[in-house]
Design a protein around this ligand. Structure first.
Ligand code: HEC
Ligand code: HEC
Length: 269
């Protein structure tokens, strides 16, 4: 007779306890969810890391899409060396790109020595440790050398990087193009005066662009070699827009404009 009200009471208690358990579980997961979202690793948030993550997919493929042995210094740098040599890297003792003061004593050792240290690895007097090939064993000696030249040249040096052995066809095509652009200094000046002048004029205030007749601006660019400059001018490079922002220009016209600027600024293209 009494069992009926008791069992009702019992099941109410079970429901109450069950409810509390579920509530606690929900709270627990909510707290985890909320705090998880706010976790942030400073290393992951530095501008280089962020830039790498938000890079267009095409850019990320560059490093791997190029046959081994043919990667340019910049490609190698952007993929491997940037982790420790990026301008805003926090790694201790590594010379940071564009920090000319970091690089000056390194550059003074000479290109050969720097390349050797980058290939074999190097421990500095204060215990800073440069891993052999930056830790990427797929890099060839020439690729490491190109990365060294790229970094150093962005930081006050003017080393000559070993050239990329382009496939026969490509080399022939581009020398044909050069021939076509050969006697086109008039074209070069015309394109420059119409377009490139906006950012490359001697008195332009556009940030980072090498200014015409400012030989110091141009020396490290010229050191990258004609092929690299042409490629960067045609495809775009950092804040330099592809073809200066006018896709209707032919490659030969851009080439002529590059040659014109370089030749006004200490080079002989
Ligand atoms: C894991 C971090 C790390 C990576 C990745 C890395 N480096 Fe380094 N590198 C260092 C550090 C640290 C030093 C400074 C060592 C010292 O002198 O204390 C250094 C020094 C150097 C030097 C100067 C050597 C000298 O003789 O003064 C060169 C050149 C160099 N690195 C090239 C490269 C190249 C090229 C790459 C990419 C292929 C690369 N590094 C990738 C950490 C790194
Ligand atoms: C909207 C501004 C702008 C215009 C227009 C422009 N450039 Fe540039 N250019 C830049 C900037 C900025 C850089 C430097 C990028 C960097 O190194 O950060 C640069 C760099 C270059 C470089 C050096 C690339 C390297 O590898 O170091 C070449 C060559 C060049 N520009 C050619 C041209 C030519 C040719 C034209 C005209 C057809 C042109 N630019 C028009 C902004 C511009």
């Amino acid at each position: 007779m009494n069992s009926h009200p008791n069992s009702v009471k019992g099941s109410a208690l079970t429901t109450l306890i069950g409810g509390i358990v579920i509530l606690l579980a929900v709270l627990f997961f909510l707290v985890k969810l909320a705090t998880g979202g706010y976790y942030s690793d400073v290393e992951d948030m530095n501008p280089n890391a962020v830039e790498t993550r938000i890079k267009p997919a095409g850019g990320l493929l560059l490093g791997d899409g190029t046959p081994v042995g043919q990667r340019e210094g910049k490609q190698v740098f952007d993929k491997v060396c940037i982790q420790c040599h990026g301008a805003d890297s926090n790694v201790a003792f590594s010379p940071k790109i564009t920090h000319n003061a970091d690089w000056a004593p390194r550059i003074a050792k000479g290109f050969e020595t720097l390349v050797k240290h980058a290939i074999d690895g190097f421990v500095g007097p204060q215990g800073g440790s440069m891993p052999a090939r930056g830790g990427d064993t797929t890099l060839t000696d020439d690729e490491v050398a190109r990365a060294v030249a790229y970094m150093a040249n962005e930081s006050g040096a003017s080393f000559n990087a070993p050239a990329v052995q382009s496939e026969g066809g490509e080399a022939a095509a581009s020398s044909e193009q050069s021939a076509a652009a050969g006697d086109s200094s008039a074209t070069g000046k015309a394109v420059f005066d119409k377009l490139c002048v906006a950012c490359h004029a001697a008195n332009s205030t556009f940030p980072n662009s090498p200014k015409i007749t400012h030989n110091d601006d141009w020396a490290p660019r010229i050191a990258q070699g004609r092929e690299t400059l042409l490629k960067n001018a045609i495809q775009g490079f950092k804040t330099m827009p592809a073809k200066g922002g006018d896709p209707s220009l032919s490659d030969a016209e851009v080439e002529a404009a590059v040659a014109y600027m370089v030749n006004q600024s200490g080079g002989t293209f």
